[in-house]
Design a protein around this ligand. Structure first.
Ligand code: DGL
Length: 288
């Protein structure tokens, strides 16, 4: 019933958004916080001429422990912000939000913007490159409970054996700056030593925070396991879409703006970890 009410409201709201976007329009990117900057960074590397508008929902961080309905409501509010800024594409740079809100956002946004999630490009990548192998996956409780990666692989009738495990401590650990040190090694080892992921040849980092601990994880496996994160495959999926739709920005320079729903200086300081440089964060509340 709640779901139906939300969809009804979307259909009503979606018509308000103004002129159709074009090649000069920006790319909108959002995450629960600043972890999605790992994806934003890969996008700026691959598509340096695209204008970027990033939204980090720091007021509601973490998404990984939230209900599907709550993440859907936040995602719709953020999509409203990005559509009002005229974004031609919205990249959901968060696995938890991709698993909870992708279908709903597509329905809501319709023709006003194209939606890219972080899950489908990774599923395509493993389907093409890792057939008949055993793959592990770690992510938030929301992502793992959704079972979305297995569902997508089953829809493709694929022979990959996927074993998933929730690792809820990892995102907060990374946000606190604990990676590549004794504490991160200990926590990673506790999680990965369990039986679930025994015998894997490949591990998917199904959380956009985790690229920061890629090295630690690789070390745990003595560099014997392929560690995959979605940032580059998502940037490539975006590039392919822009090329196919003739929406590549023809300019030779770009602007980038970064918004958060709740500002603290510590978020700004942490952007360097995820984006490679400190970025200036502007506050934009989702609810007054
Ligand atoms: N970056 C989010 C993801 O990819 C995880 C962080 C959170 O729980 O908000 O799922």
């Amino acid at each position: 019933m709640i779901q139906l009410t939300i969809i009804y409201k979307f259909q009503f709201t979606a018509t308000i958004f103004g002129p159709m976007n074009n090649a000069h329009s920006p790319i909108g990117i959002y995450d629960s916080g600043i972890g999605g900057l790992t994806v934003a960074h890969a996008i700026t590397q691959l598509l340096p001429n695209e204008d970027i508008i990033y939204f980090g929902d720091t007021a509601h961080l973490p998404y990984g422990d939230k209900s599907e309905a709550a993440i859907q409501a936040y995602s719709i509010k953020i999509a409203d912000v990005l559509l009002k800024k005229g974004c031609k594409v919205i990249v959901i740079a968060c696995n938890s939000a991709s698993s909870a809100a992708y279908e709903l956002l597509k329905e809501y946004v319709r023709k006003d913007a194209h939606i890219i999630n972080v899950i489908d490009p990774m599923v395509m990548h493993i389907a093409e490159n890792f057939a008949n192998t055993k793959i592990g996956l770690i992510g938030t409780k929301r992502t793992v409970m959704s079972g979305v990666y297995s569902q997508r692989l089953n829809e493709m009738n694929h022979s990959i054996k996927l074993e998933s495990m929730a690792t809820p401590l990892l995102a907060p650990m990374i946000e606190e700056g604990f990676f590549n040190n004794q504490i991160s090694h200990e926590i990673i080892s506790q999680y990965l030593s369990g039986g679930e992921l025994k015998g894997i040849e490949t591990l998917i980092l199904a959380c956009t925070h985790y690229p920061l601990i890629k090295k630690d994880i690789s070390q745990f496996y003595n560099n014997q396991v392929n560690i995959l994160d979605s940032s580059e495959v998502v940037a490539l999926a975006l590039k392919n879409h822009l090329e196919k739709s003739e929406l590549i920005n023809p300019k030779s320079s770009s602007t980038k703006r970064f918004f958060v729903s709740d500002f603290t200086p510590s978020f700004e300081a942490s952007t360097r970890l995820f984006f490679g440089e400190i970025v200036h964060l502007e506050q934009h509340r989702l609810w007054n």
